[in-house]
Design a binder for this molecule. Sequence first.
Ligand SMILES: Cc1cc2nc3c(=O)[nH]c(=O)nc-3n(C[C@H](O)[C@H](O)[C@H](O)COP(=O)(O)OP(=O)(O)OC[C@H]3O[C@@H](n4cnc5c(N)ncnc54)[C@H](O)[C@@H]3O)c2cc1C
Length: 736
Amino acid sequence: MPSKFATLLVMKRLVLLGGGHSQVEVLRQWVMHPQPDTALTVVSRDLLAPYSGMLPGFIAGHYRYEDCHIDVRPLVKAAGARVCQSEIAGLDLDNGKIICPDRPDVPFDVLSINTGSRPDMEGIPGVKEYALAVKPVDIFIQGWERILAEALSSEGTYRLLIVGTGAGGVELALTMRYRLTSEAKALGQDPARFHLSVITRSDEILTTHNRSVQRRVLRALEHAAIKVHYRETVVSVEPTHLTVEEGKRHDFDALIWVTQASAPEWVKASGLATDDRGFILVNDGLQSVSHPNVFAAGDVATMESTPHPKSGVYAVRQGPYLAENLRHHLRNEPLTPFTPQTRFLSLMCLGPEEAVASKGPFAAQGRLMWAWKDYIDQKFMRKYEMGMSPMSNDDVGMSEMYCGGCGSKVGQDVLSRALSNITPYPAEGVVRGLDHPDDAAVITYPPGSQVVHTVDHFKAFVDDPYLLGQVTAHHCLSDLYAMGATPHNALASVTLPHGPEIMQEDILSDLLAGANLVLRAENTALVGGHTTEGEELVFGLTVNGYAAPEDILSKTGIQPGDALILTKPLGTGVLFAADMRKKAQAPWIAQAIASMLRSNRDAAHAFRDADAHAVTDITGFGLAGHLREMLAGSQYGAEIELDAIPLLDGALACSEAAIRSSLFPQNLNAECVIANRNTVPPHKAYPLLFDPQTSGGLLASVPGDTAEAVAKAVGGWIIGRVSDDPNLSGKFNLRQ
Ligand SMILES: Cc1cc2nc3c(=O)[nH]c(=O)nc-3n(C[C@H](O)[C@H](O)[C@H](O)COP(=O)(O)OP(=O)(O)OC[C@H]3O[C@@H](n4cnc5c(N)ncnc54)[C@H](O)[C@@H]3O)c2cc1C
């Protein structure tokens, strides 16, 4: 039976670049009115889109992280879109491709850009190195949390300097002061030791607002003991001070940069028509004036007929027009003009739950204004909480139309086009591989070696198939490394979600490109595989390798006096569980992904060279479960130092918030081998012993005399020792 989509003429690829305030609306509209003849892809550096209106409230402590971030992922899923989590490095407009630094090019027929702006940091030596820019917001939040901790743990005067006195700058100064003061009071510290100042090159603050608003905010700054330095243009920044034009110097412990918006370099280099500051010039339909298949909205765009200030309000207002005009363009219909309002309402947080309202000549202030702001912002956020389903009648009963068995195989053309983009590693001994496709792969292994096989697969736990391909490859290879084997070839097993051919092809290309990138780096040939269609994306690899019999490592064989070395921090399970609940901060996930993308090859070689008595890799059963396997049947046991166990950033915070991965309850079965589980004092890292890991590290039992050097060589941690205490045989004790 043909796939529903095979009968449709699938012609176009629409790519949304950036998940800003306008583009989340495009996604929302797409969920309600999908275009069946268009494959949708989202390229963005983050999938938790910060809502800048609530950022000052978050800094003040009025909102939690998840309150002020729109989770783009459920929208993307409901819209049936593909995700490429990446930053754009360049645009090839002639060939319709987005060039990314870390992944294959992303092709488009129609492109919609909503990547925002960043504060202008050009031409001032030292500013990029020593100042914390307010955007990207995820990096800013991470930096702010570091500054907050540093300030509260410092002694004596702590100087916080903020450059820029637009709405963003003054709101941040006021909310940072409020937060520092409330946290300091809670700790019994004197908040007066925090010295805050703002710097502006102008002779007034809030230059685009009326006098009454300026006066009110000035009063708030004065009341918060925030000093304003006027007519000072920063010319250079050093690690602990900056210098302004007349040579005057300001010392700081932390420097925040909130100056006017600047355009990204890649726009200027792309050939798109821009205004004189480098922002994309668009017509009233939000369409590039030079390239009709490119649309842009929000800070990154300038409307040729009616330029307006860079402000989230416009990005939000443009959202529905952008969605509508993309649809019109795809159907060759005339565009609907967007007319920006000349005056718009701004509501600025003053630190406590109090705000100043500003619109044209109007000004008002107080707790009521905060309540108003809070109402507007929460209403906006609620719009993007998922719970919508596509409205298209075409979709009724879609699932009944798909075949199973061989009928669910993905079309040959899709497969061959996806495969044509990759070059497998040319491993010696591949007699029949993808370069000479046959019914099966044929391999010759080195004489005298033993062949080692492993298989694993995952439902997509990251949204980007290219990333999923890479992590899966590392995870699967890790089993062979833990055995002391050399990987040689791999077979891919793919379940693609039902959808248009063009979309399946893009997803498959990304998956295979990601997996092949890692397999090539690990000298492993991709020699074949199988693709099928299903409800959701699933990817797995069978990896085959070989080893001389004497080189094979085992998970059993620990010896008394051995040290136990772990090569990667724990926490991927809890972090991705938190991520699904929108509770994980973007830098935590970025660090977890970086850890999952680290190969275990070098560590395995080092353990083999160090005559490790036992090696295993830490995956689904968690540290306790895999340690249990290592100890099983042994007459020896282990002493584990809880404080020595390395954890990924955020893992403890998520665990303390009682977030658990779905495998956690089963993994708790390993508690039965914790000899002192009833007497060991509670420890905050304890639940993480049972946290399932994806592409986790190796755990090795290494002779004690060389363990320090081996741990250093593999970048690992000694987390405990093997013990010959007969009471511990097959079990372990926890120490702290
Ligand atoms: C502290 C502060 C408070 C503010 N408060 C308000 C307010 O109350 N009201 C208001 O109207 N305005 C406010 N603003 C201004 C507001 O932040 C911006 O005008 C608004 O965010 C612009 O929205 P946007 O949709 O264009 O882009 P953004 O919201 O910045 O979104 C851009 C998106 O694109 C992604 N992206 C960026 N670069 C790339 C790249 N190279 N490749 C791939 N993806 C990329 C980002 O990850 C992000 O998802 C405030 C600004 C600050 C600094």
